[in-house]
Design a binder for this molecule. Sequence first.
Ligand code: GLN
Length: 232
Amino acid sequence: VQAQEDNEPYIIATDTTFAPFEYQDENGDFVGIDMDLLEAIAEDQGFEYEIRPLGFNAALQAVESGQVDGMIAGMGITEERQESFDFSDPYYEAGVQFAVLEDSEIESLEDLEGQNVAVKTGTTGMAAAESVADEFGFTISTFEDSVNMYEDLQAGNSVAVIEDYPVMAYAAQTGGIPLRFIGEQMEITDYGFAVQTGENPELIEMFNAGLANVRESGEFAEIVNTHLGDAD
Ligand code: GLN
């Protein structure tokens, strides 16, 4: 995609529901830290873009196949992903953790033996679950969206979920899902904005320049505060 050459907006993919980084508000608008950050950076750098809420794994594939110009989706900068993506400078750090329903009898990862865990396809949470599934003797069900993952947990098909700590902490405090964390945080990564390797290098440059500016102006801290202020 050669967006900006024809003065076309960049097409940026994101997740469907990953509050407080991206989610739909009551009006159906996409809001959250990632959405506000991209908006602030685009304004600072003077580029146009359109958001495509494809879901995390679909967004990865859309960038890799050149169907979209980039993605911002609370995406961890991992060594493996660096083979197919170019990343911006990091803008946030998070790990993943297992969680169960508040009233669950599960107290530790050892208690997951013989049980099922819900994960989101293509995420570092899924990778973390896979890396310890044999050790703790649990099976894994994969879902395309966080919403379906939590539904599986609440329906009792899975006894645990795993995803990014700040997202589950936010869900527990604001979304009415009574979650309790078990085990330790794993797979701690920096979040970055991503493009396909070698494509749209100017977009990464603008993102980095804009990120530095909105950091320095205090706008980024304000954005994070607005969304996490009372849920951190
Ligand atoms: N941070 C996690 C990852 O990079 C999850 C991202 C997401 O689910 N949107 O895989």
